[in-house]
Design a protein around this ligand. Structure first.
Ligand code: GLP
Length: 253
């Protein structure tokens, strides 16, 4: 039986960013053949900033190898936003990763939010992840309603990559990037499913800030179930939860 997620509590967001960025770098060095699974969102912003600094400090040959071997798949994308739209996750990756690291954008893959057939695009994207051998290290943020990627509750552990409706809670959570208006947040998204996420070899769940303390505690401590998709991570044999003091709150142990 898996022993459940390993909790790595750290003092603050900067310490969390350091630890996650170091693990990303080790992953590229130890498992260059395995795709990285990437997340977007505010939690990941300092992580990618620190990662870019670490890559910039590498000896030239190592940095070149990292660029040459790069392969990543993002978790999700909004339906209806072009990569050139600054609110798209593709634009976020371009700004936070592709440009600072000098990566070939074709190696930083995301679902195509403009695909005429989002359901077909989701099937194609899930198949592309499988064809690449599945995810090696999967980075995850945590939604306030317990989502990972855009796997909105209720969500079974077997849900595959798919197009789906976003919940009101998520459109509220992500409204800041849309002028603060939840109605301006796209209604639909394409996301890797719990199936592809749980098939990753290693998973890092990254959680910062007091607002996430209650949902994190419930996802880690209550029996897994579809109402809190992140709770399915309890079934995975290699999950590390990297958390700052604020998100740890009281009572997670
Ligand atoms: C978003 C994304 C997730 C992200 C999570 C947390 O909706 N789809 O991939 O990890 O919610 O976002 P944030 O880090 O901004 O709190």
């Amino acid at each position: 039986m898996p022993s459940g997620p390993t909790l790595l509590p750290l003092g603050d967001g900067a310490a969390v960013a350091e630890a996650v960025a170091q693990r990303m770098l080790l992953e590229r060095q130890w498992h260059p053949d395995r795709p990285l699974g990437l997340a977007t969102g505010r939690t990941m912003e300092p992580v990618y900033r620190r990662f870019a600094e670490l890559v910039a400090a590498l000896p030239q040959g190592e940095a070149e190898r990292l660029r040459r071997d790069w392969c990543s798949f993002n978790l999700d994308a909004y339906v209806g936003l072009a990569p050139s739209d600054p609110r798209s996750f593709a634009a976020e990756m371009e700004q936070r990763l592709v440009q600072p690291l000098g990566l070939d954008p074709r190696r930083v893959r995301l679902p195509d939010g403009l695909a005429a057939d989002p359901a077909g695009e989701a099937r194609r994207y899930g198949a592309a992840v499988a064809a690449a051998g599945g995810i090696g290290l999967q980075l995850l943020g945590l939604g306030l309603n317990g989502h990972v990627g855009f796997n909105e509750p209720p969500c079974p552990a077997t849900a595959p990559c798919r197009a789906l409706e976003l919940s009101e809670a998520t459109r509220h959570q992500n409204a800041a990037a849309f002028g603060g208006d939840p109605a301006a947040v796209p209604a639909r998204a394409i996301t890797l499913g719990m199936a592809e996420i749980l098939a990753a070899e290693r998973i890092l769940l990254v959680v910062t800030g007091a607002a996430k303390a209650a949902i994190l505690r419930s996802c880690l401590q209550e029996p897994p179930g579809p109402e809190r998709p992140a709770s399915w991570l309890q079934h995975h044999p290699d999950v590390t939860v990297i958390v700052d003091a604020a998100a740890l709150g009281a009572g997670v142990n």
